[in-house]
Design a protein. Sequence first.
Length: 84
Amino acid sequence: MSIEVNVPDENLGDIVSDLQQRRAIITRTQARGGITVIDAEAPLANLFGYSNAMRGLSQGRATCTIEPASYGPAPAEVLESFLG
């Protein structure tokens, strides 16, 4: 999934850390007068509940947009969980 997060600068570290824990790959960051825009890609399975977590980390001040980006192979550990 492609994700764009608009986050106040004071919450940037918490949001970046959370995205990294969700296996997101940050492709771009851009400062816009006290707000930082983060563009990233992350697996859909890791983004369930993300909007609530993001709002909690930013005291409700961050926003995000998530949309399909591409399809890719699942990691080996995910495939193994299906096979037994």
